[in-house]
Design a binder for this molecule. Structure first.
Ligand code: NAD
Length: 267
């Protein structure tokens, strides 16, 4: 169904760049009105809104640092003022601050935990509060609301040199599952998408040169880097009634990165 999200309101964090843009565009393409959250990149957010509007969709850019409770609450308030409620929250905003373990400062650790983990907690909590306040709308969606976390293959694959990032994604796994368990009686579905290597600004440095790209592909049995649109399409489906019986799951979309490709030639 090309309009599987008709009459639904979605909020996507970090939708000024990369995966968040593709998720916002895909949700809008399936009929949702989309709040395009951004932290600082207003130009990027405006471009996302323009792309959605050019395709006949509805979007609104809202600035909020997802790691700040007051800003997240203000963003949801503004969303509800404009659209009446929200049905889908995609907690996507995230960043990397890389350092060797022994050199990692508390500030580098804290920044990544604040944005990637606490930021998702705050957005999930505000979303759940609104879903419960509004109650069921079975004519619009079988679930009262849908929460989607943007995790990573690094919720299971350890990552030397990035322990803050890997810890944040491991934390998201239990944030998601425990929240799913707690909110299921409210008919709220909570799931994660765990991308592998998707071509976005976050990992440009790993794809700079042909040698780097080749090294990256040795980790991907399917032998291509993912497109943001791959993730956008999955998010649109996962938010729809077609996925209504899925909750508490991480869906890996990684071209096989989690298949231990190093073992492929070890026969
Ligand atoms: P990106 O850098 O292109 O986008 C990240 C977005 O988050 C940007 O729009 C940025 O402005 C926003 N953001 C950062 N801090 C914020 C804050 N405090 N408040 C609000 N917004 C903030 O990177 P991306 O690859 O699109 O990453 C999106 C998500 O996907 C992240 O959670 C990332 O961990 C995850 N992910 C990406 C990949 C990949 O290969 N690209 C793989 C696995 C997981």
């Amino acid at each position: 169904d090309p309009r599987r999200l008709a009459n639904q309101i979605a909020l996507v964090t970090g939708a000024s760049s990369g995966i968040g843009v593709a998720v916002a565009v895909a949700l809008a393409a399936h009929g949702a009105s989309v709040v395009v959250n951004y932290g600082h990149d207003e130009e990027g957010a405006k471009a996302t809104v323009a792309t959605i509007e050019a395709a006949g969709g509805t979007a609104l850019a809202i600035k909020a640092d997802v790691s700040k409770e007051d800003e997240v609450q203000a963003m949801f308030k503004q969303t509800i003022e404009r659209f009446g409620t929200v049905h889908i929250v995609v907690a996507n905003a995230g960043l990397q601050v890389d350092a060797k373990f022994v050199d990692m400062t508390l500030a580098q650790w804290q920044k990544v935990i604040d944005v990637n983990l606490t930021g998702q907690f705050l957005c999930l909590r505000e979303g759940a509060r609104e879903f419960i306040r509004r109650g069921e709308q079975p004519e619009i969606s079988r679930a009262t609301g849908k929460l989607i976390c943007m995790s990573s293959v690094h919720e299971v694959i350890p990552w030397a040199g990035h322990v803050n990032y890997a810890a944040s994604k491991g934390g998201i796994m239990q944030l998601m599952k425990s929240t799913a368990q707690e909110l299921a009686p409210h008919k709220i579905r909570v799931n994660s998408i765990a991308p592998g290597a998707i071509a976005t600004p976050i990992n440009l440095s790993a794809r700079d040169t042909p040698e780097e790209e080749k090294a990256l592909l040795t980790l991907i049995p399917y032998n291509r880097v993912g497109d943001p649109a791959d993730i956008g399409n999955l998010a649109a489906w996962l938010a729809s009634d077609e996925a209504d019986y899925i909750t508490g799951q991480t869906i890996f979309m990684d071209g096989g990165m989690t298949l231990y490709p190093g073992f492929a030639d070890n026969g």
